[in-house]
Design a protein around this ligand. Structure first.
Ligand code: PEP
Ligand code: MG
Length: 601
């Protein structure tokens, strides 16, 4: 973010450097192994007379084998991988699905054919049905069914699915896509990264890669054709950059980079046990942004003083169906218990926009109609529209609140009426629990994200009605500068140092101070070493970021005087454009901090 982004151009020939979506950070260089599944749809053959029952039996044995393999994988999984477990469980359920099992059997019997062909036919029928589904999230779940069918097929033919390299050298796996189980298997194999053509940040595979800390880049078009087995590749799972056949100079750069990062990280580790306090004794809360419970280990490792943002929607995306209230309750309880006595800020469902929710009754129709989803029925608007869903989440949250210090955070609030309606619903859910004799903590705080310009302008009024503000700069930049944060063609215009953005942050902090409520900032700016000093100088009470960034920001803080940062922020607010702001900040850097802070990631 600290560097201006380049204008995206279409490649003219096959590029040596590619950029996909980095979904799991880490820097590696290794040879690739390209996994191209053989066309698994076997030929057709007619069964000899009297062989139908035997063929059905062979098919059912393959299902049993596939089930056993999944159970084995489930048991072998190390650590707390709730998301991964739930995916395996959903695949186990699919192995019982009549669309696969009964339909394949029916085709064998009807056409007197071999089981492989029948299974392929059943899958073609399923695909035709899925192709008609308009909700893209549900449509994409066909991939899971295909993975499950492939597993059964492999049992019938004696093949292994997505075979991994046997060699000793760690390698980067390349494929069109991996099933979540393939990714899990990488945990025990000699795999140091992977690249895929398909997938996005919220794909199951990406979720598991992050949990297992396997660097990964997805969304690399035609990568299986571009690279060949044995090619050397540099993979940067943070930026999404991939370099094929790197030059000696690039390899040297990379190695230096890795070494520098190691040394730098080791130096930063010394800051983990220290308190987050400025040279002149002003404390700041440094907390963590997380999406799932598996990240709690990292939260504890970096001694985060709370969860500043739990993006609860990820608990809805990774399941085959919507999570039950009980599932939500146990997630929230775990978060609160683990973090006690630190606060846990759970943001209520922030879906819509680029995050489409699976299988939500009544939502498919409107999602398809939305022309401009970023300005559509997203976040709090969605929750107020789908109130049953919202109530279930609120019940789970409030029930869990007795297990720690809960802060409920409402996303994308843009009008007082909206905030009041949400608070009224929370009050109703509290009444409902009370009437049933179910306990909840009386001191649950209710806050709002400040991430649209109307909330900034009205921040003084909002401050009277909430317990805290959390400034979401990722969206605030998008909505104030009219830049789609996911669009590569306007990415160079997405500018955190735009004076309008900084003024809005300052104005919000002032409103919080005047309204006597705490204010945090949980957008990507919070963990950015060039931005953090001015945010601290503006007077935020808390910065919330990816856990591994906490020691970096803590080190910045401990080497700064709060008074200096206040003056720096004042200077920056007087600048007229982002270039001036950058220049002021870089000058400060050279005076106070090592330059390597700036390319930390
Ligand atoms: C933000 O908008 O800054 C934010 C923290 O939320 P998200 O990135 O999940 O939209
Ligand atoms: Mg946001």
């Amino acid at each position: 973010m600290t560097q201006k982004r380049m204008h995206a151009k279409m490649p003219e020939k096959i590029p040596r450097k590619l950029r996909g979506t980095g979904v799991s950070p880490g820097l590696v260089i290794a040879r690739v192994v390209v996994l191209k599944r053989q066309n698994w749809q076997a030929g057709w053959y007619q069964l000899p007379p009297g062989h139908i029952d035997g063929e059905v039996h062979r098919f059912k044995l393959a299902i049993v084998g596939a089930e056993a393999e999944l159970h084995q994988l489930r048991e072998k999984m190390a650590g707390d991988l709730t998301e991964a477990l739930s995916i395996i469980d959903s695949h186990l359920l699919m192995l019982k699905d009549p669309m696969i099992v009964q339909r394949t059997e029916a085709i064998i019997r009807e056409h007197n054919v071999n089981a492989e062909w029948a299974l392929g036919q059943a899958l073609t029928e399923i695909k035709a049905r899925f192709d008609k589904i308009q909700d893209s999230y549900i449509r994409e779940r066909y991939v899971d069914i295909k993975h499950v069918a492939e597993r059964v097929f492999d049992f019938m033919t004696g093949q292994q699915s997505s075979e991994q390299p046997e060699n000793q050298e760690p390698s980067i796996l390349v494929a069109n896509d991996f099933s979540p189980e393939d990714t899990l298997r990488m945990q025990s194999g000699n795999v140091c990264g992977f690249l895929t053509e398909k997938g996005g940040l919220t794909s199951h595979t990406a979720i598991i890669a992050r949990s297992l800390h396997i660097p990964a880049v997805v969304g690399l078009e035609q990568i299986t054709s571009i690279v060949r087995d044995g090619d050397r590749v540099i993979l940067d799972g943070a930026s999404g950059q991939v370099i094929i056949g790197p030059t000696a100079e690039e390899i040297e750069d990379l190695q230096e980079n890795i070494q520098r990062k190691h040394a730098f990280n080791d130096a930063l580790d010394e800051y983990i046990p220290l308190s987050a306090i400025s040279l002149d004794g002003v404390p700041l809360r440094l907390s963590a942004n997380i999406e799932m419970c598996e990240e709690l280990d990292a939260v504890q490792k970096y001694r985060s003083e709370g969860i500043g943002l739990f993006r609860s929607e990820f608990g809805y995306f990774s399941k085959a169906s919507l999570p039950s209230e009980e599932m939500l309750f146990s997630t929230y309880k775990k978060l609160l218990e683990t973090m006690h006595p630190f606060p846990v800020t759970v943001r209520t469902l922030d879906v819509g926009g680029d995050k489409v929710l699976n299988g939500c009754p009544g939502t498919t129709a409107w999602l398809d109609r939305e022309r401009n989803p970023a300005l559509g029925l997203r976040s709090i608007r969605f929750s107020l529209f789908e109130q049953d869903l919202f109530r279930a989440q609120l019940r789970a949250l409030l029930r869990a609140s007795v297990h720690g210090h809960l802060r409920i955070l409402l996303p994308l609030v843009s009008a007082l009426s909206e905030l009041r309606e949400a608070k009224e619903l929370i009050g109703e859910v509290m009444d409902e629990l009370r009437s049933k004799g179910i306990g909840y903590a009386e001191n649950v705080e209710i806050g709002m994200m400040v991430e649209v310009p109307s909330a900034v302008v009205m921040a003084d009024l909002f401050a009277r009605e909430v317990d805290f503000f959390a400034i979401g700069t990722n969206d605030l930049i998008q909505y104030s500068l009219a830049i789609d944060r996911g669009n590569q063609y306007v990415a160079h215009l997405y500018e955190p140092f735009h004076p309008a953005v900084l003024r809005m942050i300052y104005q919000t902090v002032q409103a919080a101070i005047n309204g006597n409520i705490p204010v945090s900032l949980c957008g990507e700016m919070a963990g950015d070493p060039l931005c953090a000093p001015i945010l601290i100088g503006f007077g935020v009470d808390e910065l919330s970021m990816r856990p591994s960034l906490i020691p970096l920001v803590k080190r910045l803080l401990r080497h700064s005087s709060y008074e200096d940062l206040r003056q720096l922020s004042g200077q920056v607010l007087r600048c007229e454009d982002s270039e001036d702001i950058r220049a002021v900040l870089l000058r400060t850097y050279d005076q106070f901090y090592p330059r390597e802070f700036l390319d930390y990631e």
